[in-house]
Design a protein around this ligand. Structure first.
Ligand SMILES: [Zn+2]
Ligand SMILES: [Zn+2]
Length: 261
């Protein structure tokens, strides 16, 4: 039993919930937390000076990305629901343990997909210049800019989520929780802050500092792994170790510990 039962289908919720979660969670970071300079990985001055795209263009880019996600997500749900004969009301939900196992499997699938697509976009000069460099216009990431990327990249990422949904065998209802958590984790990775009371970056080694290294010019050929673990960076030798140190003035800094050539 979920609160939306009887009002909205699980499929519709699987599309709507991650969008709502995005704007609420990223909006919270954006509006409430700027005053908390002592937890920032970059100063506000750096954010203004280094970022190459204005805020309103970022918001527009994110809305386009979400429109694409909704269209592809709707198509995937449509395709997969016609292959089963069960109606929405009859659909059995697996046990909690089974759903957790499916979510972990989906996380591993998303990580593998995103690592190799992301890494290829850095190594292929045409794809980097025309597609992925859009995301890197935010040299100092911030929460609302999490999903700021080229529409082609949005398609790749959403298809990866669809592959994880299908291969893990999760129901649309489980996917509501999986995709919502996926968004929370991705926003956390781009929020540009290390908050002591936020448990997500404590549980996951791949956090805002880890991804901040990738957004820095020196670290852009490293730390490709997203959205959950750092497995593929370690397996493929692209893991860049770093230390989080206190920054002059206020806040923290993710400092690379090995020279890059
Ligand atoms: Zn990148
Ligand atoms: Zn990023």
């Amino acid at each position: 039993m979920v609160f939306w039962e009887g009002y909205v289908s699980d499929e519709a919720m699987g599309i709507i919930a991650p969008m709502v979660v995005y704007w609420v969670y990223a909006g919270f970071y954006q509006l409430v937390l700027p005053s908390l300079d002592e937890y920032r990985l970059h100063s506000r001055k750096e954010e203004d000076e280094k970022n190459l795209v204005p805020f309103h263009s970022v918001v527009k880019g994110v809305l386009i990305q979400q429109l694409l996600q909704a269209t592809i997500g709707f198509s995937i749900f449509l395709l997969t629901s016609t292959t089963t004969s069960t109606t929405l009301a009859q659909r059995q939900q697996p046990s909690i343990q089974h759903q957790i196992a499916q979510i972990i499997l989906a996380m591993l699938i998303v990580d593998a997909w995103q690592y190799f697509v992301h890494r290829y976009m850095h190594h292929n000069k045409f794809l980097y210049r025309k597609v992925h460099s859009q995301h890197h216009r935010l040299v100092v990431p911030y929460a609302v800019g999490t999903l700021y990327s080229h529409p082609v990249e949005a398609v790749f990422d959403t298809v990866g989520g669809g592959v994880a949904f299908i291969l893990s065998g999760m129901t649309p209802r489980t996917s509501v929780f999986f995709f919502s958590f996926h968004i929370v984790k991705t926003v956390d990775d781009h929020c540009g802050m290390l908050l002591p009371w936020n448990l997500v970056p404590r549980v996951f080694y791949n956090n805002a500092a880890y991804h901040d290294v990738h957004h820095q010019l020196q670290g852009s050929k490293y730390n490709y792994s997203q959205a959950f673990f750092s497995i593929w960076d370690r397996v493929c030798g692209t893991h860049m170790p770093y230390v989080v140190v206190k920054r002059d003035g206020a806040g923290y800094e993710a400092r690379l510990v090995r020279r890059v050539g």
